[in-house]
Design a protein around this ligand. Structure first.
Ligand SMILES: [Zn+2]
Ligand SMILES: [Zn+2]
Length: 149
């Protein structure tokens, strides 16, 4: 997903779930580590964790966006956007935003399953492998990616 797609998604969620437009900028930030996203009090923009967005599901991404939009709309309406405030908890619950960022440690154990096209042997790898170089260790057959989970 690119920044302009993120921008459109945030605008759409804002209208659909909050009934109010999002008039600022949403963009990806590749430097965020465990935070899912941030709302900036100064310029009202929202940034979303690039690395997280790449591995989480669309629902989880929407949960993060809703969380940041709760900060956004409460702040613009003059309320405290503190996580512990009553308004924050109520609005977050009402729109179904996520309370915490998804745990990236759990997410990082994505496995790629490769199968030998010759003998059928399955290989599980933690990262994507170059199948033009990585061949079946039993029969030297070509591998293909069968699933990712
Ligand atoms: Zn927050
Ligand atoms: Zn093989």
């Amino acid at each position: 997903m690119q920044d302009d797609e993120l921008q459109k998604l945030v605008e759409r969620i804002s209208l659909e779930s909050f009934g109010k437009p999002f008039k600022h900028r949403a963009y990806f930030n590749g430097r965020l580590k465990t935070t899912g996203g941030r709302y900036h009090l100064k310029d009202h923009n929202i940034d979303i964790n690039r690395k997280m967005a790449d591995v989480i599901s669309e629902d989880e991404l929407i949960g993060i966006i809703k969380h940041e939009l709760v900060h956004y709309h409460l702040h613009l309406a003059g309320y405290s956007a503190n996580h512990r405030s009553k308004e924050f908890k109520q609005l977050l619950k009402a729109v179904g935003g996520s309370r915490y960022a998804p745990n990236l440690k759990a997410k990082s154990t994505i496995y790629y399953f490769y199968q030998c096209t010759n003998c059928g042997q399955i290989y599980r790898r933690k990262r994507r492998v170059n199948i033009s170089r990585f061949v079946c260790s039993k029969c030297r057959g070509k591998l293909k990616l069968v699933k990712k989970e």
